[in-house]
Ligand binder design. Structure first.
Ligand SMILES: Cc1cc2nc3c(=O)[nH]c(=O)nc-3n(C[C@H](O)[C@H](O)[C@H](O)COP(=O)(O)OP(=O)(O)OC[C@H]3O[C@@H](n4cnc5c(N)ncnc54)[C@H](O)[C@@H]3O)c2cc1C
Length: 375
C-alpha cells in the first residue's frame, strides 16, 4: 500500500491503514509542508456552513463525528500531543447588519439539523471576557472544535512511524500500473496507491487516459500567529469566529499560549502573505477581541487550499490500483477523519460509511459532465 503525500490527508490515511494491519509506504519530499502547515484547524461542520453547498454538509458532519476516533487512534500510537481541543466555538457579530447575517445563518444551520444556540452578548462575554463589549450578536456552537494542524501532523507522522510506516522523502512523478515512479527514477511497487498529495495530485502522470480529470486550483489564505503575553493568557479559550462588516474572521487559541488569526481567501496566484491581508485580519480581529492589540506577531504566512470547481473533494477509486483523495479545499483538516476512514473502506472493498458518489474524481471530465447532463 503506498500513499502519495504526507499532508493531513495522506498521514491520517497512512495511520488508519497501518493500524488496520496494512503494510504502508508514504512518499513525500517535505511532509506536512503544504496547506496543512498553514491551516487554522477549525473542525467546524456547523459554523463553516456555506449557503447552497448542501452536498458537503453530510460529509462535514460525518467527519466531525468521527474525529474523536481518529484523534484517539493517533494518541494510542504516539506520545506527541495531538493538539485537539473540544471547547466549542462562539460566533459573534460586530454590528447590526452582521447580527442580522448571523441570525439568518443560524436559521439555515438549525434547518439543517445543526446544534447552534443563540446567546446574548453578555453571556458570550461571561464565557470569554476578552470579547469586545461592543458586539451586536452572538451564537454558541458547542460541537465545533479545533485541532492544531502542525501539531496533529507531527503526532500522525510519529504514530505512523511507530506503526511501521516507511517514509520516502522524494517526489512521486508518475503512476505506472502498480508502481510509483519517483523523481530519482526509482520505482516503488504497490498493489494499491492512494493519491493524496493535495494540489500536487494534478502533476502526477500515468493514472488517467488522455485528459487529467482533476480540476484543482490554489485558493490562497493569509493567516497569522500571535504570541499572547503571559498576564493575558489565555486570551480566549474557545474558537472565536466573527463577522465584521460582513468579513469573516477567526481567533483560535493554542495550548502553547499563541493564537491563530485567519484567514483571507484569494485566487491571485501570490504565494507570500499579502500586506493588505495581514492588515485586514489584525483590524477585524482587534474589533472582536481588543486584547489582540497587546500580542506579539510571530508569524504571517500564506497557504494554498486545494480548491475544486464545486468545492467537493475528489474521493474514490479510479482504477484497480489507484484511489484518489484530494481537493479538500477549505475543510481538509476537518474532512481528514472522513478521508482516512473512507479510503480504508474503499481499499478493503467495504461499502463506504458515507455516500461519496458526489465526490467522484472523474465528475469534471467531459464524459462525467455529459453523464450529469443526461440524468
Ligand atoms: C490559511 C488556511 C486556513 C485553513 N483553515 C482550515 C480550517 O480551519 N479547517 C479545515 O478543515 N481546513 C482548513 N484549511 C484547508 C486545509 O488546510 C486543507 O484542505 C488540507 O490541509 C489539505 O490537506 P492535504 O493533505 O490534501 O494537502 P496538503 O496539506 O497540501 O499536503 C500535500 C502534501 O503532498 C506533498 N506532495 C505534493 N506533491 C507531491 C508529489 N508529487 N509527490 C509526493 N508528495 C507530494 C506535499 O509536500 C504536501 O506535504 C485551511 C487552509 C489554509 C491555507
Amino acid at each position: 500500500m503506498t500513499v502519495i503525500g504526507a499532508g493531513t490527508i495522506g498521514l491520517s490515511t497512512a495511520v488508519t491503514l497501518a493500524a488496520g494491519g496494512h503494510e504502508v509506504t508514504v512518499i513525500d519530499p517535505a511532509p506536512a509542508s503544504g496547506s496543512t502547515y498553514h491551516a487554522g484547524g477549525m473542525l467546524a461542520p456547523a459554523a463553516e456552513v456555506v449557503y447552497q453547498q448542501d452536498p458537503l454538509f453530510p460529509l462535514m458532519q460525518a467527519a466531525g463525528q468521527w474525529y474523536p476516533e481518529l484523534v484517539e487512534l493517533v494518541a494510542q500510537h504516539t506520545d506527541v500531543p495531538t493538539g485537539h481541543q473540544a471547547h466549542g466555538t462562539l460566533v459573534v457579530a460586530a454590528d447590526r447588519a452582521d447580527a442580522q447575517h448571523l441570525g439568518e445563518l443560524m436559521d439555515y444551520q438549525v434547518a439543517h439539523g445543526m446544534t447552534v444556540e443563540q446567546i446574548t452578548t453578555r453571556q458570550a462575554r461571561t464565557q470569554e471576557p476578552a470579547l469586545s463589549p461592543r458586539l451586536a450578536g452572538a451564537v454558541s456552537i458547542p460541537g465545533d472544535h479545533q485541532v492544531f494542524p502542525r501539531q496533529f501532523a507531527a503526532a500522525m507522522q510519529d504514530a505512523a512511524g511507530n506503526l511501521g510506516v516507511r517514509f520516502i522523502t522524494e517526489t512521486a512523478e508518475e503512476i505506472a500500473g502498480a508502481s510509483v515512479v519517483l523523481g530519482s527514477g526509482e520505482t516503488v511497487d504497490a498493489e494499491q496507491i492512494v493519491l493524496a498529495n493535495g494540489l500536487g495530485a494534478a502533476s502526477v502522470r500515468g493514472w488517467y487516459e488522455d485528459r487529467m480529470p482533476l480540476q484543482l486550483r490554489p485558493v490562497y489564505g493569509d493567516i497569522l500567529r500571535l504570541s499572547v503575553p503571559k498576564p493575558l493568557q489565555p486570551l480566549v479559550t474557545k474558537v472565536i469566529r466573527g463577522f465584521v462588516e460582513d468579513r469573516p474572521i477567526y481567533v483560535i487559541p493554542r495550548e502553547d499560549g499563541t493564537v491563530a488569526i485567519g484567514a483571507t481567501s484569494r485566487e491571485d496566484g501570490r504565494a507570500e502573505p499579502r500586506v493588505s491581508g495581514v492588515h485586514e485580519l489584525l483590524r477585524d480581529a482587534i474589533r472582536v477581541v481588543p486584547g489582540v492589540e497587546e500580542c506579539d506577531l510571530v508569524e504571517a504566512s500564506a497557504g494554498a487550499r486545494p480548491g475544486t470547481p464545486d468545492d467537493l473533494p475528489y474521493l474514490g477509486r479510479v482504477n484497480e490500483h489507484v484511489v484518489v483523495s484530494t481537493g479538500y479545499f477549505r475543510h481538509g483538516i476537518l474532512l481528514t477523519a472522513l478521508a482516512a476512514k473512507v479510503t480504508r473502506e474503499i481499499i478493503e472493498g467495504v461499502q463506504p460509511s458515507v455516500d461519496i458518489v458526489a465526490c467522484s474524481p472523474e465528475r469534471h471530465t467531459r464524459e462525467g459532465i455529459n453523464h450529469e447532463r443526461d440524468r
